[in-house]
Design a protein around this ligand. Structure first.
Ligand code: ATP
Ligand code: MG
Length: 270
């Protein structure tokens, strides 16, 4: 079964979507069958992969609210092994529309189950809030990847995010892990970026991923061309960083799967 990773931080503009698009493309380049689920009404991951608004009849809204099969809404991309479940503006109404549904937190999890084995990785791009959509992503996921921008208020909102993760683990998804904290838009020339990095390492310890995403103009430009950085400028620092991130995530997944198997074997041995 594919590893399901939610990319979440309720703070806006920290690099969630940039990470979703470019990690997905880099995983595909490493021969991983990958699905990117866009759960944000802004639909930036959808358009950033070249899928035009209104070119697709159904979106993740129809999946989450009306139980339309996830497999039926998938869109191909320029990369053969990468598919996208596109988002749409209608997602803004989901909180209200599902208010009286008992299983409203499990909608996405239920939708992913029948196709999870078709992919090596399933990434979920979350909106900048801790609303019902993000909760659906965290309930469906094996782990959460938390991008944090290297700027002055980097840690703002992090305590609240940690509280939410704790609550989700307690009541809805006890197996939810932290895939890692990803430093984004890092500028090595500034004291501020370096100070923020030190603060985050102190706060999160080993949970901070070794790969750091630099601030890179090409990463900002690529979405307006509807392409991941790998297809826009493979030689850029941004492309290099996301390729490294994909390797780190694949390696971490192999390690943790190995550890799980060893644990299971230990249980059998008693
Ligand atoms: P939202 O919370 O609105 O969904 P987000 O967390 O998904 O935002 P992005 O859309 O990925 O954040 O990034 C915010 C802006 O910063 C975008 O214009 C994006 O192109 C730009 N950006 C992201 N990462 C980088 C980077 N490493 N270097 C330069 N620009 C970047
Ligand atoms: Mg986004």
């Amino acid at each position: 079964m594919g590893r399901i990773i939610a990319i979440a931080n309720q703070k806006g503009g920290v690099g969630k979507t940039t990470t979703a698009i470019n990690l997905a493309a880099s995983l595909t380049a490493a021969d991983m069958r990958t699905l990117l689920i866009d759960l944000d009404p802004q639909s930036n991951a959808t358009s950033g992969l070249g899928i035009r608004k209104r070119s697709y009849p159904k979106s993740t809204y129809d999946v989450v609210v009306h139980g339309v099969p996830l497999a039926s809404i998938l869109q191909p991309t320029e990369l053969e092994a990468l598919f996208v479940a596109p988002a749409s503006r209608e997602l803004v109404g989901v909180t209200m529309e599902l208010a009286n549904e008992d299983n409203r937190h499990q909608r996405l999890s239920n939708a992913i189950a029948p196709i999870a084995q078709d992919y090596d990785f399933i990434l979920i791009d979350c909106p900048p809030s801790l609303d019902i959509l993000t909760v659906n992503a965290l309930v469906a996921a094996h782990s959460v990847l938390i991008p944090i921008q290297c700027e002055y208020f980097a840690l703002e909102g992090v305590a609240e995010l940690m509280e939410s993760l704790k609550a989700i683990r307690q009541i809805r998804n006890p197996k939810l892990e932290i895939e890692g904290v990803l430093l984004t838009m890092f500028d090595e020339r500034t004291n501020l970026s370096n100070q923020v990095m030190a603060d985050l390492r102190e706060f999160f310890g080993k949970q901070v991923l070794a790969t750091i995403i630099p601030r890179n103009i090409k990463l900002g430009e690529a979405p307006s061309h509807g392409r991941p950085i790998l297809l826009y400028d493979i030689k850029s620092k941004g492309a290099e960083a996301y390729i490294r991130l994909a390797k780190e995530i694949i390696h971490g997944t192999e390690k943790s799967t190995g550890a799980r198997i060893e644990r299971a074997a230990g249980d059998v041995r008693g």
